[in-house]
Write a protein that binds this ligand. Structure first.
Ligand SMILES: Nc1ncnc2c1ncn2[C@@H]1O[C@H](COP(=O)(O)OP(=O)(O)O)[C@@H](O)[C@H]1O
Ligand SMILES: [Mg+2]
Length: 252
């Protein structure tokens, strides 16, 4: 890893088996604090599996997950969330009939208080102001009052990121946030992710290598469930094994 910052998250010898199939094999890697790390690799490399191990959704078959040096593998997902490890809400978690603003306000509410229908009006206004700010941050300032289900796909992905950020994460995990987006939406969401990376550690799963080269500080490359390389974008670009793997699938 690049020496500047200590890892906030790390995996040591992580193996993940599904029945007889090994999706991750003895993977060791570090995720430096305050930086934007991209996990890249061809389809089937094990990126989403590692993402699920890092978010606490999947306890690894073997190996350690370390948060600030403390072992957390095997803890329940809500413990991961309480530590500040947050994964982007899935679109299925968006309330389709509510506005973008209401969705983010609910995410804030879920974080700060137990849901209470008697929340005083002044608290609601405060939370709405904060929600509006988060929506502006992800480029949705003009769409706050729109019903979530009527937003474009890219706008819904931006909304789910705003909802994840409402939980004030220390580490934000994003799995292919640009999947299904137009090139214009992709550029916009990448800008959003860059801005988020100024406030928290971001770990981004992406299979398009070119896309992450310009925005990441740190890159981890997986291939067939195995660690292939880790380093700065320049180091990864210069790595002959990485080039071979990506050239082999048509240089994306
Ligand atoms: N729950 C599961 N059960 C069985 N096989 C799985 C499961 N999840 C992932 N896999 C397999 O593990 C491999 C890695 O998958 P995944 O982590 O989704 O790769 P990536 O995100 O890099 O495309 C794939 O071959 C996939 O079919
Ligand atoms: Mg995946």
């Amino acid at each position: 890893m690049n020496g500047a910052s200590p890892p906030i998250l790390a995996v040591r010898g992580v193996t993940m088996r599904f029945g007889g199939f090994t999706a991750l094999s003895n993977v060791t890697a570090s995720f430096p604090q305050g930086q934007l790390t991209a996990i890249i690799g061809p389809n089937g490399a094990g990126k989403s599996t590692l993402f699920n191990v890092l978010s606490g959704a999947l306890p690894p078959t073997d190996g350690e997950v370390l948060f600030n040096g403390r072992s957390i593998a095997g803890m329940r997902q809500h413990h991961f969330a309480r530590l500040g490890i947050s994964k982007s809400f899935q679109i299925t978690n968006i309330f389709p009939d509510l506005t973008a603003l209401e969705n983010v306000r609910i995410a804030i509410q879920a974080m700060t208080t137990r849901f209470n229908i008697w929340t005083p009006r002044s608290r609601l206004t405060e939370m709405e102001d904060r929600a509006a700010e988060l929506l502006s941050d992800v480029g949705l300032a003009a769409h706050m009052r729109r019903i979530a289900s009527e937003l474009a796909h890219g706008e819904q992905r931006a909304l789910e990121i705003a909802m994840a950020v409402a939980c004030k994460p220390k580490v934000l995990l994003l799995d292919e946030p640009t999947a299904g987006m137009s090139p214009e939406e992709t550029v916009e969401i990448m800008q959003v992710i860059l801005r988020l990376a100024e406030r928290c550690t971001v770990i981004l799963v992406e299979h398009k290598m070119k896309l992450v080269m310009d925005i990441s500080n740190h890159i981890l490359v997986l291939h067939h469930g195995e660690f292939l390389a880790e380093g700065t974008p320049d180091e990864i670009r210069a790595n002959s094994e990485v080039r071979r793997v990506y050239l082999g699938e048509g240089r994306r």
